[in-house]
Design a protein around this ligand. Sequence first.
Ligand code: PEP
Ligand code: MN
Length: 362
Amino acid sequence: MNLQESILQNKKPFLIAGPCSVENPDQIMDVVRTFGESKRIQMIRGGIWKPRTRPDSFEGVGKIGLPWLVEAGKQAKLPVCTEVANKNHVESALNAGVDVLWIGARTTVNPFAVQEIADVLKGTSVPVMIKNPINPDLELWIGAFERLDKAGISDLTAIHRGFSVYNHPKYRNVPNWEIPIAFRERLSNIPMICDPSHISGRRDLLLEVAQKGLDLNFDGLMIETHPNPDAAWSDAAQQVTPKDLYSILDKLVQRSPSPGKDAAKHLDEIRQRIADLDDRVFDLLSSRMKMSEKAGELKREHNITIFQQEHWAKMKNKRLNLSEGYDLSTFFIQQMMDAIHQESIRHQTKVMNPKIDNSSDE
Ligand code: PEP
Ligand code: MN
């Protein structure tokens, strides 16, 4: 199959569903039972080898499960995909008739492992999906695509599954949406699938994350589905039954990246007003930095340090306390104030030490 074409030609988001792990023949058959006739699922996923954080967790049934997965695909008349992390996995999966492979987040981080997979795939035309690395490193993700591309594997798709973070109150893996967006700026011809299951880590957030992915114009979704999620051998908290998956799909609103004629005209007007406001914001920022330079001159004349902790804390807290009134998030105000402050320091340094080139200081 050509996965890129199937994804891009599918009018609706391309849906990949199936269990985190294949557990036994009945379980995988049970979960896909309605997939084919539902016409809503385009590919079945099933983990055979599971890279687990802790050693005594279930690490997948191993290659004994491959024929179960392939048979489930035949019954549902859908292609099947599984995760591979080394040469042996690739060989076993292809021998068993798996249609599509994916490289997991814990493998994308390791260029040796990605290269090993690229080498063994040389000469085949197997579609491969590459999940983002667990750390928020765009170059590492792109590097994995380059390794496969250099090996002649051109049917490539990206999966965004979020980034590992310590103790986050909401997400299992923070989405950092700006990273898949930056990925698409760099590799615009690669389809992008969103994996709400691994981003959220909990089933009550699946709809919200999936909708966000669609709102950002992702091409598809991968959602973990299990006949009895609470009893799943891996990732129990984030899996849903096929019935619950369909109800999530019913609630998703599909949006189009190209507005119709009327909407386009209205949108242009709004965008023009936004651009005018941005002009004012930047004019004000520029005047503000000129004022910082005046402060810098005064500090130079009187030999005062540029930075005074107490004064800065006061300025920043004042804005943070106004967050509700401005209707701006404290996170945004924090970032904005830090950025303004850094730029202000750069301007003041310029007048205090004209010989230092700090034009590219961040
Ligand atoms: C999975 O898809 O079950 C999996 C292990 O995902 P990730 O590589 O995103 O952790
Ligand atoms: Mn999983």
